[in-house]
Design a protein around this ligand. Sequence first.
Ligand SMILES: *Cc1c(COP(=O)(O)O)cnc(C)c1O
Length: 367
Amino acid sequence: MSEVSPFWSPVVGTLTPYVPGEQPKQAKLVKLNTNENPYPPSPQVLEAIQAATLTGLQLYPDPESTTLRQTIARHHGLQAEQVFVGNGSDEVLAHAFFAFFQQGGAPLLFADVTYSFYRVYCGLYGIPAQTVPLDEDMRLDVAAMVAPRAELPAGVVVANPNAPTGMGLPLEQIEQLLQAHPNRVVLVDEAYVDFGGASAVPLVARYPNLLVVHTLSKSRSLAGLRVGAAFGQRPLIDALERVKNSFNSYPLDRLAQAGAAAAYNDTAYFAQTVADVVDAREGLTLALEDLGFVVLPSQANFVFARHPRRDAAELAAALRGHGVLVRHFQKPERIAQFLRISIGTPQQCGVLVAALEAVLQSPAAAA
Ligand SMILES: *Cc1c(COP(=O)(O)O)cnc(C)c1O
């Protein structure tokens, strides 16, 4: 970390940036640390991107991403005016925090264990964070989030399924959040919903305070293309457009717009790859349990697991020695003994399990 420089705007020194999982330079590692899809994107995506390279890269892209928004809207039974797109869902989230949660110093509610970028955006925009601890089963404590409070919060953010636990909430509980906070936006980050969660998109028509955020990085194998989307009623989407057009008119380039639309159009490939990941998740969960791990029930493309007798940081380091990357979070304390393991191909999962067998056979380092 560099020292604070007198050239910096003062706020820069106060930021705590997000730390993404390692993107190794060595290609040979089995990469199960950042929840990417183990399968490449649909061949139709590659064709669409190739076609787009031949038609006008010297020209700016459509600032409205009209075709892509229409395609996504059709896919979800929405109007194009109810769809916002951005350069990855992280950018969509950032614009949403700016647009909805700067409410005169009121605190934003989110879980103590959830996607760590929420706290980073709070820092960037000066939004106080009020975290709500997960319950003893590591589930979101919806009762605490809907309990009457003296002060109106700035809003509510939940990841459903949650990260890094993988555990999902039923839609009735999302509706409880929406009904308890009618004057604030409830943002539901559904980055992993396609792997088994219940999507709140059908609730958009009934709740003017609902914003649902999706990404193409996980279930659609396009982490490298950077496309995310938000769904909500017109006033919410209009706010996001105002923020976006005050920041960058062209967040999605021509290749991204073309490739992302093609990903939605190849429904068969999407269904097959999602089914393969879900199958591998069920197989890996059983294999980890056989090795003595406690595995939280996952509706995502990763599992969150701890071994009752082995230190998680040591396991992660030992796995790296075997050429397998998984994610370990030091903080918060409560999850420091868990590993988050992305679901790979059956072959990659096999390499992981074999490496764990070898690591677990060798004695733990002295505590
Ligand atoms: C991966 C992830 C994102 C970010 O996705 P991008 O579209 O790649 O920026 C957002 N939210 C959660 C919960 C995620 O896990």
